[in-house]
Design a protein. Structure first.
Length: 271
């Protein structure tokens, strides 16, 4: 039997391993939801993405090494400050939009902390867990999709495109500045001006803590998915443009100084 390149086809779509399963789940929920509600393991797999999200957070934590923490904090705090559900919960709770109990905030970071402890105690466990991280994504993406309908996806997708453009080009400006302030060239700041695929799980994570905003989370999920697709296209464009700008400025500086130090810098950045 001839094989079908399913994985390769999915990966041609930006964030495909997140977007495609989410879309399939949405289609099933829109046209034949009874298939998802037959009970047993089928319904548990289709309707409850939370265990998979928890596993993903645990594995993510296992990749955080204590030795790399100081450097990561310096270079990564201002570009990761809004990533994941924790600070989103803090912001919503402070604004009074959601009721976030203190222990719920703790519960969000417990899987990350436990994963970090295990990964630092045993590098082999870190390697073992890392191998499974990408396999979890399509499962929780499918579960998120089964909570959506086609109408929600279309309406949210249009708003998500605008959100993605703002993330790359408006957020990108501040990320570039933050990178330069912390000693970088701004290239890394441009490169992180995107919406990661796993961010699609953030609204559901918050709705789990405060069920009263479940309807809002259902609207936000396709918006984030739309932003993911948009930034996957726009962020590389911004990054390439800024990298060319940096290289051009380095060349002009070196022409003025004509030093061996400049030549070595140009060689390292590939000019």
């Amino acid at each position: 039997m001839k094989s079908i390149p399913i994985k390769r086809t999915i990966e041609k779509v930006p964030g495909g391993m997140m977007i495609i399963p989410l879309f399939i789940g949405c289609l099933l929920n829109s046209f034949c939801p009874q298939v998802l509600d037959i009970g047993g393991f089928t319904t548990a797999l289709a309707r409850n993405p939370n265990p998979f999200i928890a596993m993903f957070l645990f594995i993510m934590g296992s990749n955080l090494t204590i030795k790399a923490a100081p450097k990561a904090l310096k270079k990564g705090t201002v570009t990761t400050i809004n990533d994941g559900p924790f600070l989103t919960m803090v912001a919503l709770g402070t604004a009074g939009i959601a009721k976030i109990p203190y222990m719920s905030l703790v519960a969000v970071i417990v899987p990350i902390i436990l994963g970090m402890i295990l990964g630092n105690l045993d590098p082999e466990m870190r390697e073992f867990l890392t191998k499974g991280s990408d396999k979890i994504i399509p499962f929780f993406a499918f579960g998120l999709g089964t909570g959506l309908t086609i109408d929600m996806l279309i309406k949210g997708g249009i708003a998500g495109i605008m959100l993605g453009l703002a993330t790359t080009f408006i957020g990108g400006l501040f990320n570039i500045l933050a990178d330069k302030v912390t000693g970088g060239t701004g290239i890394a700041g441009a490169a992180v001006s995107s919406t990661a695929g796993n961010a699609v799980a953030t609204p559901q994570a918050i709705a789990t803590v405060d069920p009263t905003i479940a309807n809002i989370a259902a609207i936000a999920t396709p918006q984030v998915a739309g932003a993911t697709l948009t930034t996957a296209i726009c962020t590389p464009i911004l990054t390439a443009w800024w990298a060319k700008r940096v290289k051009k400025n380095n060349k002009e500086s070196c022409k003025e100084e004509k030093s061996s130090w400049c030549k070595s810098i140009l060689y390292k950045i590939g000019t």
